[in-house]
Ligand binder design. Sequence first.
Ligand SMILES: Nc1nc2c(ncn2[C@@H]2O[C@H](COP(=O)(O)OP(=O)(O)OP(=O)(O)O)[C@@H](O)[C@H]2O)c(=O)[nH]1
Ligand SMILES: [Mg+2]
Length: 403
Amino acid sequence: MHDEIFIGLLGRRNQGKSALMNLLTGQQVSIVSDTPGTTTDPVKKSMEVFGLGRCVWIDTAGWDDEGGVGFQRVERSRRTLNLLQAAVVLFSHNGFGEAEQEICGALAQKRVPFVLLHNKRDEEPLSDALKADLARRYPDCPIVDFSTVQAAADTDDPAAPLIAALKTLLGAAHAAPRPVLEGLIQAGDLVLLVTPIDAEAPKDRLILPQVQISRQCLDLHAGCLLCQPEELPQMLQRLNAPPRLVITDSQAFKEVHAMLPAEQPLTSFSICLARQKGPFDAYLQGTPHIARLQDGDRLLLLESCTHQINCHDIGRVKLPNLLRQRTGKQLQFEFVSGLNPLPDAPDRYAMVIQCGGCMVTGKQLEQRLTPFIDAGVPVSNYGMALAYLQGIFDRAVAPFRKG
Ligand SMILES: Nc1nc2c(ncn2[C@@H]2O[C@H](COP(=O)(O)OP(=O)(O)OP(=O)(O)O)[C@@H](O)[C@H]2O)c(=O)[nH]1
Ligand SMILES: [Mg+2]
């Protein structure tokens, strides 16, 4: 799961993309000059933006770059679109022409929401006529009339109008997720997190689910203790009471399961995260249907986040392979990515498996699954289905069933 929001700064040359990049980051990240074509390759800078989270700003070469390697630069800017969760389309002097329309069209096609930012208002403010025209043509896009140069002189909160527009744009998609541990633990409890550090662990860091769950423990005023599976018996001995809950990486589930007494509540990071979004109870009921799949059954895999390479691999490769292997059945798979329309007849499917949905809202997820649930089709999600296929489902969902 990605916790960073990639936001592209797009537009023709000389519109102030790099000046805006520097304003947003408060640093001289990109070169600014009045020579069109200054920025050649995309420039990225990551930072925490209050109220939005971790953002990666991407400054790009002008969409209208030309001559020599200009075409290749434009191609690079175009490719950047595949990374984006949001964009800022810059234009100035009331010049909204073919290039801008093309950028907006390309963003819309990729379902990337964007802000229209009329820059250099100190030289020429956005006209009412163009503003009205844009509002009609792009009803979902906030329009901001802005001056990067003037804002830079305002030391207080220079990019406030743009950040506010981005929050509006991303607000729904980044609404606070449901608390993962709520009802399972209380203030003062201790949670033990089991995290193997193997060759695939990122250098010097923990992966996002572990960070998120540690944070949730703190939010709920509980404590958490982290260890690797080998040290688990030692850690348990040191405690004068068993932890309220043990949460382990799915990979170590079997090992951890064997080490802990049967009455110790144990779950996995992936099951916890399945609780964050989507119809968790329907997932709980639907997942065991995997055992009842038959030859010729058709499964629908919904991969809601088009940008998530990791989910893509799980959904298109890992899950279908594991499902075929573990069930030994001839299964057929269909995929729908992004928020593309769903097939008409939900009851054609023996089962629907939804991705974690980290880039869509819980509401969108539930809306998409409702027709299947109403038609009595079992639904599951990637994390739950993987847990089931690894034989860890029953114990890992027991703490949630009690609640
Ligand atoms: N008056 C005024 N000038 C601005 C503003 N924003 C940027 N500029 C100037 O516009 C020129 C181009 O700015 P850049 O940030 O380099 O533009 P760019 O879009 O990155 O251009 P390329 O890298 O060539 O695609 C520079 O001279 C900036 O100082 C603004 O709000 N007002
Ligand atoms: Mg530039």
